[in-house]
Design a protein around this ligand. Structure first.
Ligand SMILES: [Fe+2]
Length: 321
């Protein structure tokens, strides 16, 4: 297993899925969960418009709302806006507020992410920290955010996490891990320990909607991928998770129901043309973020919507045998 800054998942990031058995601190008929805004202020505007289109809807930012926002004005506005809502911290915010020794970006990158990308992420985090240091009060507030929030939508318990069921920067809810029998078994175990029926995660950068079979209730994991970056080939919009007693009425890219509650992925349609020059002002060609992300920002990843939606038993290789 690869080691070094950006690879480790610090011990302080671990809470364990049993922690999600806590009483819900939030009840809503409609809940939006948006992780991975990644410092895109245009996606923030689009997301706020989306949530405002449903009066009474609540919004939770589940971490990594910072990343590309080394511009001090973008950093200030993004964090002031996010902190006016409910939010959990991601590894990016945690490492801004309480830099762990040798944690790097705190991403906990698995072996399938190459060393060069991990090192670039560590340097992005260092550059972002220079901006954050200009805002000590905001940065301290980031460090005080919770690692997870337990919510209730029409009696159905929802665990809102950044990484996975047990850790702030865990990768167990990544599309890669969930494509394996071991990964599905681990996700089932997390649902079993947590007692929740829906988990909304982010962190791993690519979305997944995964039915969790063989727990004693209907259960679904929804990872929104990124609210502030493209998630599918050729589709230059972000994604947020919507969980509601009401059907999505044309808003959904894909979705399902859990115990009568609608669980959907919805587009965060930001002005991609306007975002490009703002990104380039902060991260010109040759910079670390440009090398890691510019292709994705302008073309999307190679991933497709068909890759993300895993609602049938055919998605569970050990059960198909
Ligand atoms: Fe993350």
């Amino acid at each position: 297993m690869a080691e070094g800054p950006g690879r480790a998942c610090p011990v302080s990031y671990r809470y364990g899925a049993e922690a999600l058995r806590a009483e819900p601190s939030l009840a809503a008929d409609t809940l939006y969960v948006a992780g991975g805004l990644y410092g895109n202020p245009l996606a923030l505007d689009a997301l706020l418009d989306l949530v405002a289109s449903e009066p009474g809807a609540r919004l939770v930012f589940n971490g990594d709302f910072n990343w590309f926002d080394v511009n001090p004005e973008d950093f200030r506005r993004i964090n002031e806006t996010v902190l006016a809502h409910l939010a959990t911290r991601g590894n990016v915010e945690t490492e801004l507020a309480q830099p762990g020794k040798d944690a790097g970006c705190g991403c906990g990158y698995p072996d399938w992410v190459g060393d060069a990308e991990v090192m670039r992420s560590n340097r992005i985090q260092e550059r972002l920290r220079e901006t954050a240091q200009q805002f000590p009060e905001l940065t301290a507030r980031l460090g005080a955010l919770p690692m997870f929030i337990v919510a209730r939508v029409a009696g159905v318990k929802v665990g809102i996490v950044h990484g996975d069921g047990g850790s702030l920067a865990g990768w167990a809810f990544s599309q890669e891990a969930l494509a394996t029998a071991e990964g599905l078994a681990a996700a089932r175990a997390a649902f079993g320990s947590s007692g929740v029926s829906i988990m909304a995660s982010s962190h791993t950068c690519l979305p997944v909607l995964q039915r969790i079979a063989d727990v004693p209730r209907e259960a679904v994991l929804i990872n929104n991928g990124a609210a502030g970056m493209p998630n599918f080939r050729g589709a230059l919009h972000g994604i947020a998770t919507r969980i509601s007693v009401h059907p999505p009425e044309g808003r959904a890219l894909y979705g399902t129901t859990v115990q009568g509650v609608h669980v959907d992925a919805v587009s965060v349609v930001y002005d991609a043309e306007a975002w490009k020059p703002r990104f380039l002002e902060q991260w010109p060609a040759g910079s670390d973020a440009h090398m890691s992300y510019f292709n994705r920002i302008t073309q999307g990843p190679t991933y497709t919507m068909g890759d993300a939606v895993r609602l049938g038993r055919q998605a569970e290789p050990e059960l198909a045998l």
